[in-house]
Write a protein that binds this ligand. Structure first.
Ligand code: PLP
Ligand code: LYS
Length: 466
């Protein structure tokens, strides 16, 4: 789903990326080169041509931890988290969206780097709390939080619950009141923006499940009701327009409409809500065709938009918060696979089967996402061949990288690496065909450690109680 494919191109058609129209259209770029746009910061090649990360060769990582494995560059994760934190400064809050990838190590890094955390389930909340994230720095999301989840969040003292429906306004107010608390809440609205991204991950158009529509006065009515309930302290309005977005114009429209609602609230209730959350959704480079913006540019653009809109509405500028997930963790990891079979299909392409697949990366099958790939265990000067990297599942749509070039001498036993798999790969991994979900191995300064271990057959059998 790089920019080259959406939204202008067909969404699910079996087409080559722009410029790759036939098997003979070999790439101009050096296949051994590792584009820093798509690879984690410390990735390079050693003198033998082996890909290294955090100073460790992938051959060593494969030997110690097996394949497939997600390899996460801790220094890069911390750098990106800090860059977001610094870009927004102390007058704003950055909530890392845990749905992109969450583990206790990640929670600790975020805590140390001064970020807050957005969770959207009891499981994510439990992970955050068990790793020591202070509850007041947690935002709790979800379009259908269970009564148990609401109670846990309120009891824990989360900093905010983002309300997503009229029923939830009442549920959270009731729970807070019965626990003798007043819960800080934001109300998530849908502003009616068509974000330029894949339809499955756009979230601010009206015909979908998230948020309360601004249209028809529903959002204003939600605020009206919430302001009357003793169990709630309404601190702001929330808008998240979608994911993997490059074009800032959607945020501009969203900010304009959210500020318009803040003005209406001030006019009707005499209350200026102090916060506005513009969600996450900033895109990353999956291929060299993508050009993401830097956090400081995003911070500057968003702050300017909100300030301008508030000045026009004669409102004090509210405290801004954002919820980047993919933009922090996405580029910091790659998936390391071992090649099992190489199957040339005359005049079409070569199918390269790896030891993972849609169970460790569902994004290609689900969103027609585009990825890059590189031979990682060595370099090669062989002629490029057009490949499709596929998994080992019983599904013809089990594709990891739809169209890419790899050296023509690729052989079973080679290691290949798919960059930019830090977000929404491990967190959306499955046990399809009873696959064992791969480990997440973090590397830093020449040391590697498992932060999420590989599943075992015993894990699967333990769930199956017979
Ligand atoms: C409410 C909310 N906030 C933040 C995010 C994080 O999005 P992204 O990982 O694209 O930054 C999402 C997911 O799209 C979301 O639904
Ligand atoms: N899981 C999606 C994005 C949805 C984000 C959560 N609202 C992806 O992989 O791109």
């Amino acid at each position: 789903m790089s920019r080259s494919a959406h939204p202008a191109g067909p969404r699910h058609a079996d087409v080559l990326p722009e410029g790759r129209s036939a098997a003979s259209a070999a790439p101009a770029e050096d296949l051994n080169a590792l584009d820093p746009k798509v690879w984690a910061h410390t990735v390079g090649r050693d003198a033998d041509g082996v890909v290294t990360v955090g100073g460790i060769a992938v051959t060593q990582l494969a030997e110690e931890y097996g394949t497939p494995a997600y390899i996460l560059d801790e220094a890069d994760f911390r750098d990106r988290a800090r860059a977001w934190r610094t870009a927004f400064g102390t007058d704003a809050d950055v909530f890392y969206a845990g749905k992109a990838f969450l583990s206790r190590a990640v929670v600790r890094w975020l805590h140390e780097e001064g970020l807050n955390l957005d969770v959207c389930s009891g499981g994510e909340l439990a992970t955050a709390l068990s790793a020591g994230m202070p509850a007041e720095r947690i935002a709790f999301h979800g379009n259908n939080k269970s009564p148990e989840e609401i109670e846990r969040a309120v009891r824990a003292g989360v900093g905010r619950i983002v309300l997503d429906s009229f029923q939830e306004i009442v549920r959270v107010a009731h729970t807070a009141q019965s626990l003798g608390k007043r819960q800080r809440v934001q109300i998530r609205i849908t502003v009616g923006v068509e974000a330029h991204t894949h339809e499955f991950i756009a979230t601010a158009h009206e015909d979908q499940k998230f948020g309360i529509p601004l249209a028809g006065g529903q959002a204003a009515e939600a605020v009206r009701r919430a302001l009357q309930l003793d169990g709630l302290e309404v601190i702001g309005i929330h808008s998240h327009i979608g994911s993997q977005i490059f074009d800032m114009s959607g945020f501009e429209v969203a900010a304009h409409r959210v500020v318009g609602l803040l003005k209406d609230i001030r006019d009707e209730h005499g209350v200026e809500l102090p916060e506005i959350d513009l969600g996450g959704g900033l895109g990353i480079a999956y291929t060299s065709d993508d050009d993401p913006r830097e956090p400081h540019e995003i911070a500057k653009a968003l702050t300017e938009i909100v300030t301008r809109e508030c000045e026009a509405a004669r409102l004090a500028t509210p405290r801004i918060s954002v919820e980047p997930g993919r933009a922090i963790v996405g580029p910091t990891a790659f998936t390391l696979y071992e090649v099992g079979t190489v199957k040339p299909l005359d005049g079409l392409r070569t199918y390269v089967s790896v030891d993972g697949g849609m169970s460790d990366n569902i994004r290609t099958a689900l969103y027609d996402a585009e990825y890059s790939v590189a031979l990682a265990s060595r370099t090669s000067d062989a002629e490029p061949m057009l490949v499709r990297v596929v998994g080992k599942h019983c599904e013809s749509g089990d594709i990891v990288v739809k169209d890419a070039f790899l050296p023509g001498d690729l052989a079973p036993g080679d290691l290949i690496a798919v960059p930019a798999t830090g977000a929404y790969c491990r967190s959306m991994a499955s046990n399809y065909n009873h696959a064992l979900r791969p480990p997440v191995v973090s590397v830093r300064d020449g040391a590697a450690r498992v932060v999420v271990r590989r599943e075992t057959e015993e894990d699967l059998l333990r769930l199956d109680v017979g």
